[in-house]
Design a protein around this ligand. Structure first.
Ligand SMILES: CC(C)=CCC/C(C)=C/CC/C(C)=C/CC/C(C)=C/[C@@H]1[C@@H](COP(=O)(O)OP(=O)(O)O)[C@]1(C)CC/C=C(\C)CC/C=C(\C)CCC=C(C)C
Ligand SMILES: [Mn+2]
Length: 330
């Protein structure tokens, strides 16, 4: 078991609710939107995803039309949720704002969207068996992010990563679909999706150490920093020392472990979803290589994977996606 028991309970609950068809708490009638309005709503979601998330967007281009629209709508909701605490209006953040956002989420699931972007998500949740719990949990992660800027140990950090990123994995599975011939339990596949989210978020954190430090935030386990003779001051003074490099090597190894754990599930998804998921997995993992290429300087540099490298990854992802569901763990 590579997760932390408390966070894994969330996955268990979601899988049980899915199997009992309880994902939508209070099912109501599907709202009717004008097709032109919906088409424009999804188009706007697409533009936002293309502008703010180049890597994810590339992955969505390989999906079926219905799935890509759903992922754009989910992306936009996640981005807006994150913006509440990280965006230009973050100064106005309060528990009232987050509670209001959670009520608005309930309205989306009840077929009463507040604006056009919400309407795209409403349409999506009536098309795919999405569970409101993973959305609520992401809001919980934002609550955590506003009240906390240090993490005592990896257990605390893992829980934060579950809330803000593992949840995205859990939201994605009902859209991506599980291969009907998969011999693996849904719990294993949801866990793999959770691990992909954790791997992504750990990578995000390692890429953005310098940027987060300018906001007074250190998303690194304090006990592990201390084991390497490091502390917050080393982060804030931005000196890339050998100690820092050794510490980073360990953090990168752990992030890679989560990507490896996710691979098992990527091959159990519906055939048409394997290529896009493998693509986003391999592309995001490449950021870790880019941190190494920068000689572990993530304090003054931002690791970046260029467009050509990204495109060269597509055939490799395609080859990986051809492996049929099996119980062989590579
Ligand atoms: C079985 C199996 C392997 C299934 C596949 C499951 C799957 C597709 C998992 C993907 C998981 C994923 C993309 C997680 C995203 C994690 C992430 C980047 C979270 C970010 C959090 C906050 O971080 P921070 O504030 O430090 O970062 P910024 O500096 O602000 O960027 C988030 C920002 C939370 C919000 C998340 C998003 C906006 C990303 C949402 C992405 C999608 C919906 C696309 C998912 C899927 C595909 C396949 C392209
Ligand atoms: Mn953010």
């Amino acid at each position: 078991m590579h997760g932390i028991p408390f966070a894994d309970l969330h996955v268990q609950e979601i899988v049980e609710r899915q199997s009992k068809n309880l994902a939508r708490e209070d099912p109501c009638e599907k709202p009717q939107f004008h097709p032109k309005f919906l088409a424009e709503a999804y188009e706007r979601c697409r533009d936002i995803c293309a502008e703010y998330a180049k890597t994810f967007y590339l992955g969505t281009l390989l999906m079926t039309k219905e799935r890509q629209k759903a992922i754009w709508a989910i992306y936009v909701w996640c981005r807006r949720t994150d913006e509440l605490v990280d965006g230009p209006n973050a100064g106005h953040m309060s528990s009232t704002v987050l509670n209001g956002w959670e009520d608005r989420l309930q309205d989306i699931f009840n077929g009463r969207p507040y604006d056009m972007l919400d309407a795209a998500l409403t349409d999506t949740v009536f098309k795919f068996p999405l569970d409101i719990k993973s959305f609520r949990d992401m809001i919980e992660g934002m609550r955590m992010d506003t009240g906390k800027c240090r993490y005592k140990n990896f257990q605390e950090l893992y829980l934060y990563c579950y809330y803000v990123a593992g949840t995205v994995g859990l939201m994605s599975v009902p859209v991506m679909g599980i291969a009907p011939e998969s011999p693996v339990s849904p719990q294993t596949i949801y866990n793999a999706a959770l691990y992909l989210g954790i791997g992504n978020q750990l990578t995000n954190i390692l890429r953005d150490v310098g940027e987060d430090a300018s906001r007074g935030r250190v998303y690194l386990p304090q006990d592990e920093l201390a084991q390497f003779g490091l502390c917050d001051e080393d982060v804030f003074t931005r000196k890339v020392t050998d100690r820092w490099r050794e510490f980073m090597k360990e953090q990168i190894t752990r992030a890679r472990l989560y990507f490896n754990l996710a691979e098992v599930g990527a091959s159990q998804l519906d055939k048409a979803s394997r290529w896009p998921v493998w693509t986003s997995l391999l592309l995001y993992r490449k950021i870790l290589d880019a941190i190494e290429d920068n000689d572990y300087d993530n304090l003054t540099k931002r690791a970046y994977v260029g467009r050509t490298k990204k495109l060269l990854m597509l055939p490799l992802a395609y080859t990986r996606s051809l492996s049929a569901p099996s119980l062989i763990l590579n």
